[in-house]
Design a protein around this ligand. Structure first.
Ligand code: FPP
Ligand code: MG
Length: 328
């Protein structure tokens, strides 16, 4: 079993420096703002995006510490992610995140929206104050892409005609885009050749697709206590993700209608949620989604072929395996 701790090892020191870099960026004159941001940032999550940026930078300097530019890249992508989750919980009206109350549940949606905005604003200013405008420009471009994904996703919620192509477009925008930018920002920070920056962008994108498909599988299969967020939330929100899409693709029209009718009842009927998730699992929806996820993980691995062996390369390969094995 690949562990995240082993993957983090080549950049463990840099991850500690990242804590200090983030703390420095978020010094506020206003105590309540500092408290809000503290709460929003104190449960650090897996920090996959920061790890991606640091490992991609480390590929260019094997055996040596990554520099300040890589720390800026890691800070930017991780903080964009943190802000996006705070806003996502407001949009989804979700009460739990990373095993604790979400910021909106604790302080109300209006405060959570501003806290997310504040994190984005401070991140961009801090990156510029550190003199790394190229990295800020590269990473900040992902903010608009995440918003596009969210807009598209909300247009599709509770619509019965979400196709596999629609789904892949949405997860490409809302998740894979930031993972792609995380990996490529690390390369850019380390002044890698353009070809490498592009290969790492493709690597991060494919990994991000696998990552989100796994997230959507876990929404069916994992329990709240493991993931730290409410399970079956997608069904309750009327979100059609790959496990259900795969079952719909293989069902005759009458059964499709039955399943979609069940989906309509999921918003406030927990028996409908249990019935539909059971049907999806029994009909092979999880297995089909696992197959798609593995092919993205393989595509990510292929981008690393031909690179000289190094601890960072091994960790990036392990990240592909971890993505498929993870339980939270
Ligand atoms: C989690 O997905 C959410 C995202 C991947 C992106 C959310 C993006 C926005 C809210 C746009 C605004 C962006 C910024 C930077 C302010 P999910 O809902 O599938 O996963 P979950 O189960 O963890 O909530
Ligand atoms: Mg959500």
């Amino acid at each position: 079993m690949v562990t995240l701790d082993a993957i983090r090892k080549p950049v463990a020191e840099a991850l500690e420096q990242l804590d200090a870099t983030i703390a420095q960026a978020f010094v506020s004159r206003i105590a309540p703002a500092a408290e809000m941001v503290d709460y929003g940032l104190s449960s650090k999550g897996k920090r996959i995006r920061a790890v991606l940026a640091l490992l991609a930078a480390s590929l260019e300097t094997p055996g040596a510490a990554v520099g300040q530019r890589a720390l800026t890249a890691a800070m930017c992508v991780e903080m964009i992610h943190a802000a996006s989750l705070i806003h996502d919980d407001v949009i989804d009206e979700s009460s739990k995140r990373r095993g604790r109350m979400s910021l909106n549940a604790l302080l109300g949606s209006h405060n959570a929206v501003v806290a997310g905005d504040y994190i984005l604003a401070r991140t961009i200013s801090a990156g510029l104050e550190r003199g790394h405008s190229d990295i800020v420009a590269h990473t900040a471009a992902a903010i608009a892409t995440l918003c596009e994904g969210e807009i598209l996703q909300s247009l599709h919620a509770r619509r019965s005609d979400t196709s596999r192509a629609d789904y892949l477009e949405i997860i490409g925008l809302k998740t894979a885009s930031l993972m792609a930018v995380s990996a490529s920002a690390g390369s850019l920070a380390a002044e890698a050749p353009q070809q490498r920056v592009e290969a790492m962008h493709r690597y991060g994108y494919a990994l991000g697709m696998a990552f989100q498909i796994k997230d959507d599988i876990l929404d069916y299969t994992a329990c709240d206590a493991t993931t730290g967020k409410p399970s079956h939330n997608d069904l309750r929100e009327g979100k059609i993700t790959l496990p259900l899409i795969a079952v719909l693709e293989n069902s005759a029209q009458q059964r499709q209608s039955q399943l979609l009718e069940l989906l309509c009842r999921c918003r406030d009927d927990s028996e409908a949620v249990a019935a539909l998730s059971g049907e999806v699992i029994r009909s092979g929806g999880i297995a089909a989604a696992e197959t798609a996820m593995q092919s993205y993980a393989d595509a990510a691995r292929a981008e690393l072929e031909g690179l000289p062996d190094s601890p960072a390369r091994s960790a990036l390969l392990d990240l592909c395996t971890y993505t498929g094995q993870r339980e939270r």
